[in-house]
Design a binder for this molecule. Structure first.
Ligand code: HSE
Length: 427
């Protein structure tokens, strides 16, 4: 091993940080063999260095002072695993300004401060690895950015939030209510500290921003696209989806047609025969279509201590192997000339409404639909009667989002319709 030793500093000794330490414990010789250098985990910093994480660590490398990493000229690579915006951003920018390469799993930070972080990396001629930020342990971003670089990416469809996927799978398999399953997901530790990030689609949106940049070369901020979570999905929706031969998934979608990009996150009815329908429980799956390769499915554990640590340490190896070569994230020239508004999206739609069970009700609903040029493909009134009210379900033919939104507003105003009209787009 002729080359210089590499020293790594880890900021954040939480779940994933402990996974990184354990990966070094398990596989340091293998890692060193691969890069043909000695690789030392020189310092691990956290505010709490007392709690036993259940992994073997030399107490001498533990510290509560982040400057022992940032100010150490011998540390080549800094791993940021504290999450959140600050002080994570400050630590990353400081590390870069001192010529250190960075590895992070922090999707929220990348999604919000992409440009600033990438500019700092370029200015300081350092690399940033963020494989762990989307899809946990799944090799996803490097294959998208490098192995598929000979393709024009046409579409990305991702199930990239384990918590939401777990909830939807459990609701479907065990006929459990949303709230009940959410509680279980929290107890099992899948959900984010604030589970609204998972169930309202924000975590998925942050990850989609990163996928969209790598796939299409454009950085689209979260405020610019439609993000809808799974909180309105009921067991009735799931049952009706089953009758249609579908399941409901929270999808992150980025597609391009005629140089116009659609970016959106929402619950989607997916045909049971589609590969994404078999991505269940806490697992993640990303289905990418390239013009040369065709469809590709990347599947695996999207979260968790050891899977995510696998991606973090993979990035370290990558950086060591390619330390001196420049890298671009996403195609350097984008084909996108316009990012489409949600209004312009076209899809088939599933609608669920609660109506008074009396003659003439359907007539007024179908009047609204036909006025807005929405044609109905199938209709059912099989749900559970609640007093004088009954749920009805319908699936439309292809319609525009603008017309559906308008129809929903008008239908909700009818005296014979109770509460909101829930709609789910079909893939
Ligand atoms: N809360 C996230 C999920 C963790 O459920 O997928 C990984 O980002």
């Amino acid at each position: 091993m002729a080359n210089k030793e590499i020293n790594v500093g880890l900021i954040g000794f939480g779940t994933i940080g402990s996974g990184v330490v354990e990966t070094f414990n398990l596989n340091q010789p293998l890692i060193e063999d691969k890069v043909q250098r000695k690789v030392n985990l020189k310092k691990v910093v956290d505010l709490d260095i007392e709690t036993d994480r259940g992994v073997k660590i030399d107490p001498k490398i533990l510290s509560t002072d982040v400057n022992e990493i940032l100010d150490d000229p011998d540390i080549d690579i800094v791993i940021e695993l504290i999450g959140g915006y600050q002080p994570a951003l400050k630590f990353i920018l400081t590390a870069m300004s001192k010529g250190k390469h960075v590895v992070t799993a922090n999707k929220a930070l990348l999604a919000k401060h992409w440009e600033e972080i990438m500019e700092a990396a370029e200015k300081n001629q350092v690399r940033i690895g963020f494989e762990a930020s989307v899809g946990g342990g799944i090799p996803l971003l490097k294959p998208l950015n490098e192995s598929l670089a000979a393709n024009k990416i046409e579409a990305i469809y991702g199930i990239i939030n384990g918590t939401a996927n777990y909830i939807l799978t459990k609701m479907a398999d065990e006929q459990q209510d949303f709230e009940e399953v959410l509680k279980e997901a929290q107890e099992k530790g899948y959900a984010e500290a604030d589970p609204t990030f998972d169930i309202k689609g924000h975590d998925t949106a942050q990850k989609l921003i990163i996928l969209t940049k790598l796939g299409f070369g454009v950085y689209v901020k979260q405020e610019k696209f439609h993000v809808e979570g799974i909180t309105r999905i009921t067991l009735d929706d799931i049952e009706y989806a089953k009758e249609l031969g579908c399941c409901i998934k929270l999808l992150a979608i980025s597609t391009i047609k005629d140089e116009e990009l659609e970016v959106r996150v929402h619950p989607t009815m997916v045909d049971e025969k589609h590969l994404l329908a078999s991505v269940n429980d806490v697992f993640n799956g990303v289905y990418i279509i390239g013009d040369v390769v065709g469809p590709v499915l990347m599947y695996g554990a999207g979260a968790g201590m050891m899977p995510t640590a696998s991606a973090v340490v993979g990035d370290i190896i990558d950086i060591i192997e390619e330390m001196d070569s420049p890298i671009t994230y996403g195609p350097p020239q984008t084909r996108v000339t316009k990012i489409k508004g949600m209004d312009e999206v076209e899809s088939k739609y599933y609608l669920r409404l609660t109506v008074i069970d009396k003659p003439g009700v359907l007539h007024s609903i179908s009047g609204i639909l036909s006025y807005l040029n929405i044609s109905v493909d199938s209709f059912s009134q099989k749900g559970h009667q609640k007093g004088e009210f009954v749920p009805i379900f319908m699936v439309t033919h292809q319609a525009t989002e603008k017309n559906i939104q308008e129809a929903v507003k008008l239908i909700e105003k009818l005296d014979t319709v109770k509460g909101e009209v829930v709609f789910i787009r079909l893939l």
